[in-house]
Design a protein around this ligand. Sequence first.
Ligand code: AFP
Length: 342
Amino acid sequence: MSSSRPISLMRFLIEEQRAHQHINADLRLLIEVVARACKTIAIAVGKGDLGGVLGEAGSGNVQGEAQQKLDVLSNEILLEANAWGGHLAGCASEEMDDPHPIPDVYPKGNYLLLFDPLDGSSNIDVNISVGTIFSVLRCPDGVTEPKAEHYCQPGTAQVAAGYTVYGPSTLLVLTLGHGTHVFTLDRELGSFMLTRRDLQIPAQTREFAVNMSNQRHWEEPMQRYVGDLLAGKEGPRGKDYNMRWVASMVADVHRILTRGGIFLYPWDRKDPGKPGKLRLMYEANPMAFIVEQAGGRATTGRERLLDVTPNALHQRVPVFLGSREEVDEATRYHREHDAAGA
Ligand code: AFP
């Protein structure tokens, strides 16, 4: 890193508002509030066993998944932090069945905030990186009590998105639609500092991330694509590939943003009724926005993720994202397969 002191998130946001007019005061406040809540979550995650916050909460979320104590706590931290600022019309969380209204005692704003409060939470107990993912949409004009349908906007409508990684250091990766930027939490100062402006994902890669244990359930083009990666130098792709799978999307995506790669969570036959594992509104859309703003690509294997029209708040979707040329290649396998069968 250069010897000049990095600027704080607050200064970055003020400059985005004042010099570039990329955001208004309400959106600036929203990002600051989310970042502050994430610092609180980072502290709770960092305490580990000493904080008494590890283990299951004994409840399930709307997806039928067991909630960890830290899922519940992180959700509460984000809800409480965002209730009173006057910048939001409502919140929706992966952990809650229905959108959460802003209490009547507080003023309401024009934005909708969606979040996965603690992504990768099944990794908490083994001390592997987890994170928070968020997405910001505009509340449709004239809507004062937003319902699920008002949140169901395509990813192209996002005005901001970000994620934090609670790892060896705590990072915030943010896009306001003008590039993707990385902030590192200075734990002594308690401030996120800009450590990489305008991150660019390498266009090509030799690394893929997928849960290989699902291989036998994949459809034919996915089998063929990964088979060709595994064939290495002697195969049609002509190079040896490496594989990594953390099983915390924030950590896998962050590695890909930093050094390239492709992240794959396809549809599979294990649970054919589900169109994928990952959630469109809380995971796929914000990550797709961040990746595209860093020069990468994000698709469902067939179409651009950000163009998917959501039909439900907790909808699932296949996810292929990362290095541009590799995602194009994986998508080509699926499109050609469809075209041949048409
Ligand atoms: P949890 O939040 O339940 O740990 O799920 C994490 C996640 O949604 C995403 O972060 C990972 O990429 C993916 O699921 C891991 O899925 P597998 O358990 O199938 O590997």
